[in-house]
Design a protein. Structure first.
Length: 285
């Protein structure tokens, strides 16, 4: 049977988290010793470690079948491949920034200016869409210093906390794109590989779904259970088990963690006691 070739970043920001995606799916593979290709002994995949910028091209050419990379790199590459899953980590944005002392009147600021970036395709599309006529200076790294050294009058680069912009005397003025790690796939997978990818995606979704949800257990007097149930937006009707204490029950349900913080006070007011919220490892719907 064919193996699915999965490309991960060799080293860098995405490396560890991409490896974790596979590990959390129960997929084992030898990782270490600087090997660039390894095989899993318990799942039909081969893992290739590559530079993230090379992943789109390799997936388009079929050297790899799928890969994990930043959406920013995928869009910039303009390769004929597709996103099969957004993975929710390494979130960042691609933004335009200018020296902080400059007055910013809006996008027209960039007309007839020189802007340094490693993302010329995304930026030229963005300027074209907004009718801005600017010159794009393509550089491959240390974009943030280009205004300081007189190379450009603005930059377009990845921002996460904003501290790199700040230390280089820049301010963020426009967000061009928001990005996160994604899994991309070739459009030409054979039936065997498609089946393996579907199995992999099923596992990834079960893990990610579980991360968004928590298992909640609480105790309450039986006559208050009706109201408590109404507050809990569970995925199914909750499980109710009698406690040894007469007239009391334990209620179990699944809730999204964000919602939990909104409803905790309501639950207590409705008579819930001994509330436990525990992580879920996998969630199959
Ligand atoms: O060697 P290889 O080519 O594989 O890696 P790389 O050096 O090109 O990429 P890497 O590992 O730096 O980043 C991989 C991906 O992580 C990017 O394509 C983004 O999708 C995502 N990501 C998330 C980031 C950041 N956050 C980030 N903060 N990529 C880069 N940065 C850099 C940014 O370029 C800037 O220099 O961090 C600085 C800004 O960070 P803040 O926190 O100071 O704003
Ligand atoms: Zn790169």
């Amino acid at each position: 049977m064919n193996k699915l070739k999965v490309a991960l970043q060799k080293s860098g920001r995405l490396n560890e988290k991409s490896i974790r995606v596979l590990e959390e799916c129960g997929i084992k593979f030898p990782n270490g010793g600087g090997k660039l290709i390894t095989e899993s002994p318990n799942f039909p995949i081969e893992v290739l470690f590559l530079r993230d910028d090379d992943i789109p091209q390799y997936v388009e050419q079929g050297v790899a079948d799928v890969g994990i990379l930043g959406e920013n790199v995928f869009i910039e590459s303009r390769k004929n491949i597709r996103i099969v899953e957004k993975l929710g980590f390494s979130s960042c944005r691609l933004s335009l920034a200018i020296p902080k002392e400059k007055i910013y009147p809006g996008l027209t600021f960039f007309n007839h200016k020189k802007i340094a970036t490693s993302y010329p395709n995304i930026l030229s599309d963005y300027f074209a869409k907004n009718n801005i006529d600017a010159t794009i200076e393509v550089i491959s790294g240390s974009v943030e210093i280009s205004t300081g050294i007189g190379l450009a009058e603005g930059i377009c680069d990845i921002v996460s906390s904003g501290s790199t912009l700040f230390t280089n005397g820049l301010k963020e003025v426009e967000q061009v794109l928001s990005s996160q790690a994604v899994m991309v796939s070739s459009n030409n997978l054979n039936a065997d590989k498609k089946a393996i990818l579907n199995k992999l995606l099923f596992r990834i979704r079960a893990v990610n779904k579980a991360k968004e949800n928590k298992y909640i257990l609480l105790n309450a007097p039986n006559h208050k259970l009706g109201n408590i149930e109404k507050i809990l937006p569970g995925m199914n009707s909750p499980t109710i088990l009698p406690l040894v204490k007469d007239g009391w029950s334990s209620l179990h349900s699944v809730i999204s963690e964000d919602k939990f913080w909104d409803i905790i006070d309501e639950l207590k007011e409705a008579g819930a006691e001994g509330i436990l919220v525990v992580p879920i490892e996998k969630m199959i719907l």
